[in-house]
Design a protein around this ligand. Structure first.
Ligand SMILES: Cc1cc2nc3c(=O)[nH]c(=O)nc-3n(C[C@H](O)[C@H](O)[C@H](O)COP(=O)(O)OP(=O)(O)OC[C@H]3O[C@@H](n4cnc5c(N)ncnc54)[C@H](O)[C@@H]3O)c2cc1C
Ligand code: FES
Length: 255
């Protein structure tokens, strides 16, 4: 799949809460085909401390409208600068990068698990699964009721289960303690979130012999296999998260 380096126009900017915002992007030409799990390397302009691009997953794609969305959490200087962009501003991206989640086989029962900004790639994945005839269960974890984002979007794409750390909505606790993990009979889990959460989900999946794919959020610099700063240890040797990933089957990871 050809990579592009392109200036895109921000056609919509939506603030979800004080930490999360969405940028809807459009170009002058037709947007390329993108796959769930792929990401963009976003240039942060106007800031001397953030010369490296920031990797951000493709959150949602509208081929008919020729737009796509990035869901971004303000985590530090770069994402803070990005959060100040307005409709009409332009954003330079290298995209689409990385591999993608693999499609399940016929009749598989699927669970998507996301926490924090790890929920970002799961909406595009859920819609892609819908287009292939699957209605996934979707388990999302947030700190509290006020922090829940994109609930209706996910509900339109699957059966949503929630956890909040204070129990203000859904089950109290973490995604890894939700009862659906015990009651559901899944053949495949897709997961993205903080590393300890993904490791716990990988351990659970291994015990239950469920196929588990995770989206790794290793530190990245180039994003296309040159700098080797995103290396991950696997049973097939050291691989680049940006080119060989970010999606890995957890049986391949030395976790
Ligand atoms: C493949 C991939 C997809 C991602 N998708 C999303 C997404 O859809 N939405 C989202 O909000 N975030 C996503 N992230 C994380 C996002 O890239 C970082 O939060 C962002 O780079 C932080 O930049 P900063 O300048 O704001 O923070 P910094 O001040 O640089 O650091 C704040 C935190 O972010 C981490 N971080 C910094 N730079 C990177 C980097 N280049 N790669 C990964 N982590 C970094 C640091 O370890 C630190 O914990 C993704 C990361 C990867 C690798
Ligand atoms: S980020 Fe440079 S090789 Fe992966």
């Amino acid at each position: 799949m050809a990579k592009r380096i392109e200036d895109l126009r921000i056609v919509e900017r939506e603030s979800l809460n004080k930490d999360f915002f969405i940028l809807k992007l459009a170009g002058d030409t037709e947007i390329p085909e993108m796959k769930p799990g792929q990401f963009a390397q976003v240039r942060v302009d106007g800031s001397r401390d953030t010369f490296l691009r920031r990797p951000v997953s493709i959150h949602d794609v509208d081929y008919a409208g020729n737009t796509f969305k990035l869901l971004i959490q303000i985590a530090g200087k770069g994402t803070l600068v990005l959060s100040r962009l307005k409709e009409g501003d332009s954003l330079n991206l290298i995209y689409p990068l990385g591999n993608s989640f693999t499609l399940p086989g016929n009749g598989e029962k699927i669970l998507l698990i996301g926490g924090g900004c790890g929920i970002a790639p799961l909406l595009f994945l859920a819609k892609h699964l819908n287009a292939h005839g699957f209605i996934p269960d979707i388990l999302l974890g947030f700190r509290n009721r006020e922090r829940i984002i994109e609930y209706d979007e996910y509900k339109n794409a699957g059966n949503v289960f929630l956890t909040t750390e204070d129990g203000s909505m859904g089950e109290k606790g973490y995604v890894t303690t939700h009862s659906v993990l015990q009651t559901g009979t899944y053949s495949r889990v897709y997961c993205c979130g903080p590393a300890p959460m993904m490791k716990a989900v990988a351990g659970f999946s291994k015990k239950k012999r469920i196929i588990c794919e995770v989206s790794l959020e290793n530190l990245m610099a180039c994003g296309f296999g040159v700098c080797l700063c995103c290396t991950v240890e696997t049973v097939r040797g050291n691989l680049s998260t940006c080119v060989d990933g970010p999606i890995f089957n957890t049986n391949d990871l030395k976790w």
